[in-house]
Design a protein around this ligand. Structure first.
Ligand code: MSP
Length: 525
């Protein structure tokens, strides 16, 4: 019996450019939390994909003299490939140009429309194609969007969504739903934006073609953010007629124990303001929206929207024009997937901005992975091969070490809170700290000397080696969500088989299994 149904999503990526470190970062974060949740015996669904409609994609295609769908196919494949080289193990990958998605977007629109939340009007104001977002005059900074994107004046007929009517219910959510927006600092930012008053939102466009058609009015396409956000339910086969609901929609949305969206800080507003409003609008009309309590709506909206920070390169914003974009394909080719995954999450507090520099990357990899954990594994295997013919020694019953802290520490328990609160860097610090203790233990007890000190010395050396193997396996176990191939390698070194789905419970060390000859776990950079 599995514990909980957990739904995890990454943003769906725009197909107008090559994948970069930012895309890699969100996808790996989702993968880490997915693997962790699965190891805790939860039933997890991890959704990802590509965002293929909108003016930005149409414009990119035009500039390349291509059909929009051509560049969608090309770049969507690159994002799939990115997931594969990063060892990101998703359950499903949605493309918004797929009919399974467009059908559901129209269905979702119709629900909102039928609940009387949409009216026709005229939009006059600023639009940033790069952000696919509308901005008020008062939001502009030196004539540009707050993100720095160029804006254009738009004057077109459109359908409006009555976002202004959602201020109260959104404020109720921010106040009463714990962990709805994480980290906490971001909650304040969003809450004050909503408090300052919400305008109705233009949710259709009529001066270009590349989008999902508005039902019953083919002159309009649905605003790309309404279309894109719907991916989180279309991928689960959304159907608001619950008797027909797809099993996944029931399991991972309606009846999920936890629904978590990982996003970058730049797109938090779309997720924490528009998305819950759209979801509620698809269920309630204006009258039934009044007097709802947080209990009534809790299952209908996401549980957590976690906004992570942005990466810079050598202290500078990354951009194509500066030519300083960190290419995840290059980095993985040069250094390997696990070192990259490790650095992104060990070198920076998840939620804060991070900086990528080659020097820091090399220093962090060498100090934590090569010199610390890698060295521990290498030394341990060497001593076992040399002195014990490759067999893992047993801990003697009356050993002096029986209460040694390396044995009594349960590393998974130790990192549990950090993992569940997305403090991934803290969990990694704990693991590395434990690995340092194991290295200190090997230095202090000097088993290579003990084996030369007669029967008692050999017995003591056996105890030491058992503890070291135990410690290494605990570390490999705790590392599984972060650097899965490395963990597997370590278990293979010791010829220990992983459990089907779950941690290597109670670390069954089989003393009759022969370890493999010492091998290098990480190349020094
Ligand atoms: N298509 C929208 C998301 C729709 S979700 C319903 C989108 N796509 S994106 O490709 O532009 O960005 C995807 C993610 O990459 C965002 O979460 C964004 O924050 C992240 N990053 C883009 N550049 C980044 C950095 N330099 N650093 C970290 N993450 C950044 O937005």
């Amino acid at each position: 019996m599995q514990n909980k149904n957990i739904y995890i999503t990454s943003p769906i990526y725009y197909v107008n450019g090559d994948p970069h470190i930012g895309h890699a970062y969100t996808s790996i974060a989702c993968d880490i939390f997915t693997r962790w949740s699965k190891l805790q015996n939860n039933d997890v669904f991890f959704a990802t994909g590509t965002d293929e409609f909108g003016q930005k994609i149409e414009k990119a295609a035009k500039s390349l003299n291509k059909d929009p769908i051509e560049i969608c196919n090309e770049y969507s494949a690159k994002f799939k490939n990115l997931a594969s080289i990063l060892n990101v193990d998703y359950n499903d990958f949605i493309r918004t140009t797929q009919q399974r998605h467009t059908d559901k977007v129209q269905m979702f629109w119709t629900k909102i429309f039928d609940n009387n939340w949409i009216y026709k009007g005229k939009y006059e104001g600023w639009y940033a194609i790069r952000d696919e977002a509308f901005y008020d005059e008062k939001e502009l900074i030196n004539g540009k969007a707050p993100s720095g994107a160029d804006v254009e004046w738009k004057s077109e007929e459109c359908y409006f969504f009555k976002l202004s009517k959602f201020q109260n219910i959104l404020e109720l959510i921010y106040k009463n739903k714990q962990n709805f927006i994480m980290p906490q600092t971001r909650l304040n930012e969003i809450a004050s934006f909503v408090k300052s008053g919400l305008n109705d939102l233009c949710v259709s466009r009529s001066n270009f073609e590349w989008g999902v058609k508005v039902p019953n009015n083919t002159n309009h396409v649905i605003y790309v953010w309404l279309d894109a956000l719907t991916n989180y339910i279309s991928i689960l086969d959304y159907n608001s007629d619950s008797s027909l609901s797809g099993a996944n929609y029931k399991k991972y949305w309606e009846n999920a124990n936890k629904k978590i969206h990982f996003v970058g800080k730049d797109i938090l507003r779309f997720h924490a303001v528009y998305w819950p409003a759209f979801l509620l609008a698809s269920i309630y009309n204006e009258e039934s929206l009044q007097n709802l309590t947080i209990k009534d709506i809790e299952g209908e909206i996401p549980d957590t929207i976690f906004a992570h920070g942005w990466w810079t390169k050598d202290g500078e914003k990354m951009s194509k024009s500066l030519g300083n974009v960190v290419d995840p394909f290059e980095t993985v080719k040069n250094y390997g997937c696990d070192k990259f995954r490790y650095f992104l999450f060990a070198s920076n507090t998840f939620g804060n901005d991070g900086n990528f520099s080659e020097n820091d990357f090399i220093a962090k990899t060498n100090s934590d992975l090569v010199n610390n954990f890698g060295n521990l594994v290498q030394r341990t295997l060497t001593i076992i091969t040399k002195n014990f013919d490759g067999f893992i020694p047993q801990l003697s019953e009356n050993s002096d070490f029986i209460k040694h802290s390396l044995l009594t520490t349960n590393l998974i328990d130790l990192i549990n809170n950090d993992m569940n609160s997305f403090s991934f860097e803290k969990a990694l610090q704990e693991i590395i700290k434990y690995s340092s203790l194991a290295n200190e233990f090997i230095d202090k007890s000097a088993p290579w000397k003990l084996v030369k000190e007669g029967e008692n010395g050999i017995k003591k050396a056996q105890d030491v080696m058992f503890i070291l193997v135990f410690a290494i396996l605990q570390i490999a176990q705790a590392f599984q969500s972060f650097i899965p191939s490395t963990s597997k390698k370590v278990f293979d070194f010791f010829n220990i088989l992983p459990n089907q789905n779950g941690f290597y419970t109670n670390l069954q060390i089989n003393h009759k299994n022969k370890t493999n000859p010492p091998q290098i776990l990480f190349d020094r950079l």
